[in-house]
Design a protein around this ligand. Structure first.
Ligand code: NAD
Length: 282
């Protein structure tokens, strides 16, 4: 793609773990579109080492930060500004984790310490990032902040557990902080509600393959891939979407508007959802 939608723009990308990560795809696209950025992830995630490959491929520095710790976020911003030569234009919050989900604890029996951890890592961390950026005045006017959400914020998915509450809070923080940051500095804050996507976080949810297949059958366009999501993020970081803020933007092949699809009734119960490619040829 020849267009450089992010030429001259700088940012911070949180949450690239491996090549399947949505943040990884966003980093690759942002690089292709001319952006310069810093990659950040939890110190423990850096040990695996994959992110340094991404850093090398995109000419980006990697700075560890536990996104629940304000002091680590502040250090990240200070160092990022030094590396990138000043204030930044975009932030991707692509972070989520639930100890209740990880440990297979049933929703009706949630561990509340784990619930607090889920909310802190997956939602309140966005507030912390925005709070530090706001206090340091670290984002340029018309900058764009994106967080990744899931439709379980609005509807019930039986095994999504306390991540549903985290996503509802995450979207709410986008609206509330979006107001204040928009008034102060014309900074935009939005969430993108993405299709089920095969990543480490995604496949950690019990029954993931079933609802991945189900939503593929239900959506007229099929599931949006991580690469599709990355393309959408690039447009949202660009100046082409300057007046979009405080929105939860569905990026799901039409899933969120569907009730039932003929394909689901007629075929997908039989083919177990592995049929979207076939349907495209219909
Ligand atoms: N995969 C899906 O089906 C799907 C669908 C909709 C939304 N999302 C959301 O997309 C985002 C990215 O997830 P993904 O699917 O790419 O999976 P992923 O596992 O690749 O990314 C999750 C990231 O969160 C990071 N993280 C966890 N705790 C952290 C902490 N304390 N500090 C800093 N980073 C921390 C992990 O290291 C990892 O890089 C998440 O918010 C997820 O909920 C995913």
């Amino acid at each position: 793609m020849g267009n450089e939608l992010l030429k001259g723009k700088t940012g911070i990308i949180f949450g690239a773990l491996d090549a399947n990560s949505i943040a990884w795809q966003v980093a690759e696209k942002a690089h292709a579109h001319g952006a310069k950025f810093v990659l950040s992830n939890a110190p423990i995630a850096l040990r695996k080492g994959d992110i340094f490959t991404l850093g090398k491929d995109t000419g980006s520095e990697v700075i560890p930060a536990d996104i629940t710790q304000e002091d680590e976020i502040e250090t990240l911003f200070i160092e990022s500004k030094q590396i990138l030569g000043g204030n930044i234009d975009f932030i991707l919050h692509s972070v989520g984790m639930s100890p209740n989900v990880r440990k297979g604890i049933h929703y009706t029996d949630l561990d509340y310490n784990y619930l607090m951890k889920t909310l802190d890592v997956s939602a309140i961390s966005l507030h912390k990032v925005l709070k530090v950026a706001y206090r340091m005045d670290a984002i340029n006017p018309w900058g764009s902040v994106l967080a990744l959400s899931y439709i379980a914020a609005q509807r019930t998915f039986s095994t999504y557990s306390d991540m549903a509450q985290a996503k509802a809070m995450l979207e709410s923080i986008c609206r509330s902080f979006g107001y204040h940051y928009g008034r102060k500095k014309k900074v935009r804050v939005n969430s993108i509600s993405q299709s089920p996507t095969i990543t480490t976080a995604g496949t950690g949810v019990k029954g993931f393959n079933s609802f991945h297949s189900y939503s593929s059958c239900m959506s007229p366009l099929g599931n949006a891939s991580a690469e599709d999501c990355a393309n959408y993020c690039i447009v949202m970081f660009s100046d082409l979407t300057r007046m979009v803020t405080m929105q939860n933007l569905y990026h799901d092949g039409g899933y969120s508007t569907m009730g039932i699809s003929d394909k689901l009734i007629e075929e997908c119960f039989v083919c177990q959802g592995d049929c979207h490619e076939k349907h495209l040829d219909d």
